[in-house]
Design a protein around this ligand. Structure first.
Ligand code: ZN
Length: 389
């Protein structure tokens, strides 16, 4: 039945995971190779490449792809691709072109082999300006690019061991698995929701408005590294579980984690998020205001508008653009400025800062803003994080 699902980006789901004899042979063969140790972000990228989340990439990008992605948001073959997925090392670690390279997880374990096809030294500030719209080192995504080494290694990867287990492995599914699951459930239209925050009423509303028109909802929270100040993934997972149990129909929702790290690249990252979800088998992707943004680097609607820069055939997945939503006391329901004529005085709106202050003070946000079960978990987490209170 999988042929009724949407095609992966580029047409083929990539799988760089070796099994059986090939796995054993590769594991043996790397012992004599030079190695580099991956950062947490590199490891997340490796996992996304190897499992097909980043199809059609089959490795870290080489010099040609780096240039066309940075300049034109496309791979050398013309396929849309917004952010170069790179492996950067220091000069001392730079191998020869053609060399085999062992990739170590941050815990030191060798997990993959890479065939180095490209060793190059692009202008990292120019990359940052094109991809992130700024080369300000205070931007967390830019900072990661500038702090990683100046030497970029490109080439295909082969993973021959189970990647280090994460705390959410019971909710981690490869695109091949999600596609099986969607097919098993008879879903042919699936909307994906990317989030790195707890889901309050506003985002619950967006997901449910979308769910009214499609077969299923894939809640796909990002659990790779995020910046300091974001709510930890384990707390968020507890929130998603209680929300799904209490407020969503179980047969129409599927929860699986997105192993990628956050880049905070705003519009370009929105495209990466959409492509990844197409690879998981989703037909629709929710883009809210300020998607994947940080600080004031991007305009409110930039992440929605950037999809207009792509031709209609370039991505198979469709984006669903949403406004901020809120509870309106006059409407007596959730709404947005698209559907409610009333003024801000009738809307229950709390800033993130205000919510954090309330939770820290042990004060429940209104039920029109956050489900009490979710607020309770956040309040407990806040208290545990500040034992002096
Ligand atoms: Zn209203």
């Amino acid at each position: 039945m999988t042929e009724t699902l949407i095609q992966p980006h580029g047409g083929t789901l990539v799988d760089c995971t070796l099994t059986g004899e090939a796995r054993a042979a590769a594991a043996e063969g790397v012992a004599t190779l030079p190695s580099v140790t991956l950062s947490e972000r590199n490891l997340a990228d490796l996992e996304c490449i190897a499992t097909g989340v980043y199809s059609p990439l089959d490795g870290f990008v080489g010099a040609d792809a780096h240039r066309t992605i940075v300049d034109d948001m496309r791979l050398p073959n013309g396929l849309a691709w917004p952010i170069p997925i790179t492996l950067q090392v220091g000069e001392a670690d730079a191998p020869e072109v053609g060399a085999g390279l062992a990739l170590r997880a941050p815990d030191g374990r060798v997990v993959a082999r890479m065939t180095v096809t490209d060793v190059f030294r692009p202008d990292r500030r120019a990359e940052a300006r094109a991809v992130y719209g700024t080369d300000d080192p205070a931007h967390p995504g830019v900072q990661a690019v500038l702090e990683a080494g100046p030497v970029y290694l490109g080439g295909p990867v082969e993973v021959f061991t189970d990647l280090p287990a994460g705390p959410f492995d019971d909710h981690k599914f490869t695109p091949a698995r999600t596609r099986e699951e969607f097919a098993r459930r008879g879903w042919t239209s699936v909307v994906a929701f990317q989030t790195r925050n707890p889901i309050h009423r506003a985002h619950e509303y967006l997901t449910k408005v979308a769910l009214e028109t499609v077969d299923g909802l894939f809640i796909n929270p990002l659990v790779g590294t995020t910046k300091a100040g974001d709510i930890p993934a384990d707390v968020r997972m507890a929130c998603y579980h209680v929300l799904l149990e209490e407020y969503y129909p179980p047969d129409r929702v599927f929860l699986g984690v997105y192993p990628a790290a956050m880049r905070y690249a705003g519009p370009r990252e929105a495209i990466l998020h959409a492509i990844s979800r197409q690879n998981y088998g989703c037909t629709h992707f929710i883009v809210g205001r300020d998607h994947a943004g940080v600080g004031d680097y991007y305009g409110t609607y930039d992440a929605q508008r950037i999809f207009d820069d792509l031709g209609p055939e370039e991505l198979a997945i469709e984006t669903l653009n949403f406004e901020h939503s809120f509870y309106c006391r006059k409407c007596g329901s959730m709404a947005s400025t698209k559907s409610c004529p009333h003024g801000a005085e009738d809307h229950v709106f709390l800033s993130g800062t205000k919510v954090r202050a309330m939770l820290a003070a042990g004060e429940m946000p209104p039920a029109e803003f956050s489900r009490p079960e979710v607020a309770r978990i956040l309040m407990d987490a806040q208290r545990d994080a500040e034992p002096t209170r």
